[in-house]
Structures are given as C-alpha cells and as structure tokens.
Write a protein that binds this ligand. Structure first.
Ligand SMILES: *[C@@H]1O[C@H](CO)[C@@H](O)[C@H](O)[C@H]1NC(C)=O
Ligand SMILES: *[C@@H]1O[C@H](CO)[C@@H](O)[C@H](O)[C@H]1NC(C)=O
Ligand SMILES: *[C@@H]1O[C@H](CO)[C@@H](O)[C@H](O)[C@H]1NC(C)=O
Ligand SMILES: *[C@@H]1O[C@H](CO)[C@@H](O)[C@H](O)[C@H]1NC(C)=O
Ligand SMILES: *[C@@H]1O[C@H](CO)[C@@H](O)[C@H](O)[C@H]1NC(C)=O
Ligand SMILES: *[C@@H]1O[C@H](CO)[C@@H](O)[C@H](O)[C@H]1NC(C)=O
Length: 665
C-alpha cells in the first residue's frame, strides 16, 4: 500500500506505472495475509517419515490437484486406522475458486512447516482456514482453539458507537445458519444506525457447511458473545473458531458472495475469451488506458479513504491486533447473576462463592467470586487466567474468562448442569442413579482429566484439591474436574516443591502435603486413590465406617479388607450387576494410589494404563497413609499440624472443609 501512495507523488510516466503495478500485484500475491495458527499437542506427535506424515502429505496434496470447486469447502481423509488423517479447508464465502485454492496451498505449506510434528494443527488466513487431525473432524462443531483480532482504533466519544445498537450480527447468524444451500453457510450485510449519527457497520459470518443448523448457530452465537471480551470499545473485531468465524467493522471488507458471482460473471468471461481474436492494435492501447485509469482510481480511492477514515479516527484499515483477551465486562456478569443474588448461589468452593448466571445470549455460566486476595497484580492475574483457560479437555470444566473490577476478581466457567459427584455418591437414594458402569466411566474420566493436567497440557498443573465436590457431572454424568489451576493464581511461581500455604481438603490430602506442605503430582495421585475408594464404597473418607464393634477409617478399612481377601465387602451394597474383575481392579488401583510411600504411588499415566488394560499385572500395595495398625485408625490431628505450617487459626471442623479460604492476606 505504501508503494501506491508514493507512486501518486511521482511523475506520470507509463513505465513507472507498469513497474509499480507489477510490484504491487506480485506483492499482493506473495503476501497472503497469514493470521494465526495453533499446533495442537494434545493429540500427539508423529515422527518424520512415518506413515502418518506420508498420509498427511498425500492428503494435503489433494488440495492442489483437486479442481472441484465445492463452494470453498474441502473435506478429505486419507489412510487407514490409526494413521488416517482428516482435513478440512474453508475459504471465505466471497473468495473466488482460484484465490481459494492458492490460499489453501499456501496454508498447507506453511502449516506443516510451523507444526512439523503435531498430528493436529490449524491455520487461518484472511481468505481461508485449513485444519487437519488424526480424528474425524467432519460435521463436528468445535469452538477451540480460537483467537481474536480487533481494529486498533477505539470507539471515540463522538462516535457513540456500540455494537449493541445493531441487530446486524444476530440477524446474520440466523441467516447463515439457516442457509438453504447446504454447501454454504455464509452471510454478509451492512446496517446503518439511523438513531445515532448514521454510522454503518459491515458484518460477515461463516460456518463450515458440514454443521447442522443448530450447531452453526451455536458456534456463531458463542463467537458473537466473545466480541465483548476481545473487542469491547473497538470499531472492528473478529473471532475465529475452527467451525465458524465472525467479523464486524466500519468499512466494507468483503466482496459480493461467490454463489451469486459465478452465474453473473460466467458470461463476461466467455466474451473476453472470444475477443482474443481481435487485433493487437486495439488491445495495447486499451491496456495502457486501463492501467492509467486503474492507478488514478487507486490514488483517488486512497485519498478518499484517508479522508473518510480521518472522520472516524482510523489510521490503518487493516491494522488489527491479536488480543487473546478473555476479559468479561463486570456489569454483564453482575446482571447475569442477578447482582450475585442468594438465589443464584450454587455453593461455596475453594477460593470463593460460586453463582449461576445467564448471559444475554442465553448461555449458562458459573461465576466464581474470588474471596481470597491474591498476592498477584492485575497483569499477573490476567496472564495466569489466560494460561489456565488454555487447558481444555473434556474432563475439565472450561474456564471461559475472567473479570477484574476494582477489588473484584471473578472467574467465569462453563455451567455444568448436574451438580457434583458428592451430591450423588454420598446420598442414600441418589447414589442409585450411578450404577457401576457410570461409576467406572467417572473413575476413568477423572483419571484422564488429571493425566492431562499432569502431563499432556502445556503447563504442568498439580490440582492440589481433588475431592468429590470438585468433580462436576454433565448431563450424561460424565465427570469434569473443576478448580484446577487455581493454586497457581494464589501461590506465585510454584509448580512443585513445598509451600507454607496449603491449598486442599483434609482427608484427600497426602500426608506429606498436609503435614509438611510438600506437594507433587503424587499428592494428586493420593487424592485420586481416595476418590476411587469413595466411589466404590459410596462412603465419605472423612466419616468413619462402623461395622459391628469396630469403627474404622475408610482407607484403613479398605486396605485391611483387601489384605484379608475380603475386599468384596467394601463395595457399595446398592451396586448390582457389576463386573467383579473391574471393580476389584479399581480397588487395587485405589490402594496403590494411597500408599504412604510417595515413591511407591504410581503416576497418573500408569494409572490410566492400568485402568485401560486388564491384562497388566498390578503390584502389591503397601500400607496406606494414616494406617494406625490395630483395627481402629483415624486421621491424625491435622488441625494442629496445618496450624504449625501457617500459623493461622481455623475455626471450622477438621474433616470437611476446604481450607483454602483461611489464609487471606
Ligand atoms: C490420535 O493420536 C493420539 C496420539 O498418538 C492418540 O492417542 C489418539 O487416540 C489418536 N486419535 C484417533 C482418533 O486415532
Ligand atoms: C510434541 O512435540 C512438541 C514440540 O515439537 C513437544 O513440545 C511436545 O511435548 C511433544 N508431545 C509429545 C506428546 O511428545
Ligand atoms: C526421511 O526421509 C528423507 C528422504 O528419504 C531422509 O533424507 C531423511 O533423513 C529421513 N528422516 C528420518 C528422520 O528418517
Ligand atoms: C466429508 O467427509 C465425510 C467423512 O469422511 C464424508 O462422509 C463426506 O461425504 C465428505 N463430504 C464431502 C463434501 O466431501
Ligand atoms: C485504545 O484504548 C486503550 C485503553 O483504553 C489504549 O491503551 C490504546 O492505546 C487506545 N488505542 C488507540 C489507537 O487510541
Ligand atoms: C448495504 O445494505 C443495503 C440495504 O440492505 C443493501 O442494498 C446493500 O447492497 C448493502 N451493501 C453491502 C456492501 O452489503
């Protein structure tokens, strides 16, 4: 663009124009507006020269050889079994087939270079999106990973511009989703705000056409909502998700849609072909005139643009910043939770009270109002939240964003409908809703979630407060771990080691952590073992078990029964129709996890392996922590030990409460 501006100031020499136009054209071609990419580690890596890589290369080469237009949507797979690769390519609805193909070609070259060994990756250009994976991605709505861009220019006071004044995007979402043409889900339009000062905004929304009407709408509505985290107060914004993307701005940034174009332009194209026969004498002067006119038009347009933009305080139309901001507006959250009303209270978790809320678009959320003051400044807090929000796994509750306002710090989570595991498993009647099959699924899901936190995510997260009330259940009773990563927000720079601030719940805490503040992935393994035994026995680890004369602590009782070959006795009597093998194996694994000796406890990776492979031999568990010999065991007096660690007094009962809130400072 700079070149064109300069050219206007130069003398009107034809050769200059020709030269400059060639430069401009070639530059425009070379620079295909690459926007952003993600290499996704969660689905594993492939090795160089592997079958997977070979399949990927073959698959991606289809993009350059396939001449089928398919209305800007490409969907391929190649290979067999575990080496099968799936890819989706999508061009913006107004992009012509040749530009689309060249964009996807650039994308495939760049993406395999940027992500040299990830099985799954995604890249966005201005004109297209390309993603591939080793799992089937066709017809599946996916909102993550996502990224945002916003116009650098802020809304000025004089503009009184607010996206909320326009219905444009919601109307477009409707229109694109319900597109009658199943090959395209794309819509653009403009709207002028006649009630204010006649500002016009332009909008563009698009889904991959393989989505159902409902999924497309869900994706677009969610994206629209995210404008307020990325682009609040900006005159333009974009949200990109694998399944959809959405954009608004105050200038016209799209062409007419492809479908309309193809019919209209086919005739002029044929005409120009037939004009090949006309003499060169006519063609050459025409080219010269066209070139001169074109340059003049470009110059005039630029001048005009700069003028009209000055009115709107725009300096560069395409200057966008990538803002992975997750910040919510406090007032929106306040309204969503009816001013944090008691009736919206879901409960009290570690670090603060949790409220249920409903965003203006109808999405349900859970808002945690942090009660503990953190040592961290706002910037560190934000950075930490952004890191935690990147942890995405189907067995983790998703962190959608945060909110900072004065002293208020809020965390906004996805809403998980079915309360938490403790609500079911420890209730004499509700526990019957969880048969063995469900409970086994829950155990395996929790294990996968923890494994992801410990090993597969980019950050190595030790949860430190795993317990039944932190395992939420979705509408199909699949487990989702909540409150992960929170310890990071409060105890700076500690991923492993020892702390004098204990974050956790008695009974679930490994002894080395409860007593000495030493934590590691193995302290989470301990808590997992406790959870497994609770799920199988339907008995709280904190409540003693009475049988006959004896009163016993759950862990002790389980271990003693197992040693005596009576482990079957500890199984929740209300369970029927279970596989004895599975359940005994789970008890065995649970006991391995709660061993007193930290080194003896398995890692989460071995736990996952043991759960998934019935043939794998298990070692013999040694004595669990808190084993007091004899028949009667109970928790040592932890109150005192924890007080020694932090010097703070607790006035709540020892076993049940989460002590995270006891250390304000
Ligand atoms: C994709 O690859 C990962 C890592 O190799 C593997 O765990 C996962 O099961 C694969 N997914 C499918 C659907 O094959
Ligand atoms: C995959 O490769 C990336 C870098 O190339 C690395 O950071 C990551 O840990 C690897 N993941 C696995 C599961 O090996
Ligand atoms: C992969 O194959 C190429 C060409 O056959 C070879 O040059 C390269 O060294 C191989 N790489 C590995 C890691 O085997
Ligand atoms: C896309 O891929 C899926 C799964 O491989 C297939 O069923 C479908 O027909 C494909 N659609 C197109 C338009 O190629
Ligand atoms: C827009 O506002 C933000 C915060 O108020 C400020 O940091 C930024 O510099 C402003 N940008 C422009 C282009 O004025
Ligand atoms: C803007 O909206 C008007 C009225 O709906 C429509 O006629 C016009 O074509 C639109 N322009 C663009 C560029 O979308």
């Amino acid at each position: 663009m700079a070149i064109v501006i300069v050219s206007c100031k130069l003398s009107f020499s034809f050769y200059y124009f020709l030269l400059l136009l060639i430069i401009i054209v070639s530059q425009a071609k070379a620079q295909q507006n690459f926007l952003y990419h993600f290499c996704i580690n969660d689905n594993g890596n492939y090795t160089a020269n592997s079958t997977y890589q070979n399949n990927l290369n073959i698959l991606l080469s289809y993009l350059s050889t396939n001449t089928q237009i398919n209305y800007g949507f490409y969907n391929f797979s190649h290979g067999q079994n575990t080496n099968k690769v799936y890819a989706i390519g999508l061009c913006r609805g107004d992009v012509k087939p040749d530009i689309c193909r060249s964009c996807l070609n650039d994308a495939r070259v760049l993406l395999t270079r940027l992500c040299p060994n990830q099985k799954e990756a995604i890249v966005w250009y201005d004109n297209c999106m390309l993603r591939y994976s080793n799992r089937s991605i066709f017809g599946i709505m996916e909102q993550f990973p996502r990224f945002y861009m916003s116009n650098v220019n802020n809304v000025t006071q004089a503009d009184q511009f607010s996206l909320g004044n326009f219905d444009l995007i919601t109307t477009l979402n409707e229109k694109a989703a319900s597109s009658t043409d199943s090959r395209v889900k794309y819509a653009t339009d403009n709207e002028t705000d006649v009630s204010l000062n006649f500002i016009t905004i332009y909008g563009l929304v698009q889904c991959t056409p393989d989505l159902s009407l409902r999924d497309c709408k869900r994706c677009l509505d969610a994206a629209y909502l995210e404008f307020q985290s990325c682009c609040n107060n900006k005159i333009g914004g974009r949200v990109f998700k694998p399944s959809c993307n959405i954009r608004y701005d105050t200038y016209l940034f799209y062409d007419r849609p492809l479908i309309v174009d193809t019919d209209e332009t086919s005739q002029p194209q044929e005409k120009s072909k037939s004009s090949h026969t006309t003499t060169i004498a006519i063609v050459v002067p025409t080219v010269v005139v066209v070139l001169v006119l074109l340059t003049l038009i470009i110059c005039i347009c630029l001048r005009r643009n700069r003028h009209s933009m000055a009115g709107l305080n725009i300096e560069g139309e395409e200057e966008m910043t990538i803002a992975e901001s997750l910040q919510f507006n406090f007032d929106i959250i306040r309204v969503a939770t009816s001013d944090f009303s008691d009736s919206n209270k879901l409960g009290r978790g570690g670090f603060g009270i949790v409220y249920q809320g409903k965003l203006p678009n109808g999405q349900m959320i859970a808002v945690k109002r942090l009660s503990t003051n953190s040592d961290q400044g706002d910037v560190e807090f934000k950075n930490e939240v952004i890191l935690v929000a990147k942890l995405q796994h189907r067995n983790l509750v998703r962190l959608l964003g945060f909110c900072l306002e004065g002293k208020e710090r809020l965390l906004v989570y996805e809403f998980v409908p079915n309360k938490s595991l403790d609500y079911f498993i420890f209730d004499p009647t509700r526990k019957s809703q969880l048969n063995w099959e469900k409970r086994y699924t829950i155990i395996k899901g929790i294990a996968r979630g923890i494994l992801y936190l410990h090993e597969d995510s980019r950050l190595r997260i030790i949860h430190r407060d795993l317990k039944a009330s932190n395992i939420l259940l979705d509408d199909e009773m699949n487990p989702k771990i909540s409150d992960f990563g929170l310890a990071r927000l409060f105890v700076i720079g500690q991923t492993q080691g020892s702390t004098n601030r204990i974050v956790g719940t008695y009974g679930y805490m490994a002894p080395e952590y409860a007593m000495h503040g030493e934590f590691s992935v193995k302290s989470d393994v301990f808590s997992f073992g406790v959870l497994v035994l609770e799920i199988i026995t339907a008995h709280k680890n904190s409540a003693n078990i009475c049988h006959g004369e004896d009163v016993e602590y759950l862990l002790t009782y389980a271990w003693r029964s197992w040693r005596e070959g009576q482990a079957i006795n500890i199984i929740d009597p209300s369970l029927s129709n279970f596989s004895v093998n599975e359940i005994m194996r789970c008890i065995h694994i649970g006991l391995l996890c709660i061993q007193e000796n930290v080194v003896d406890r398995p890692t989460m990776a071995s736990v996952a392996l043991m759960l998934n492979s019935n043939s794998l031999a298990l070692s013999i568990p040694s004595k669990p922590a808190y084993f007091m010999g004899g028949g009667i065991g109970r928790l040592p007096d932890m109150q005192q030990q924890v007080d020694n660690v932090s010097g703070t007094r607790s006035d709540e009962s020892v076993n049940q409460i989460s002590i995270t809130d006891l250390y304000p400072r």
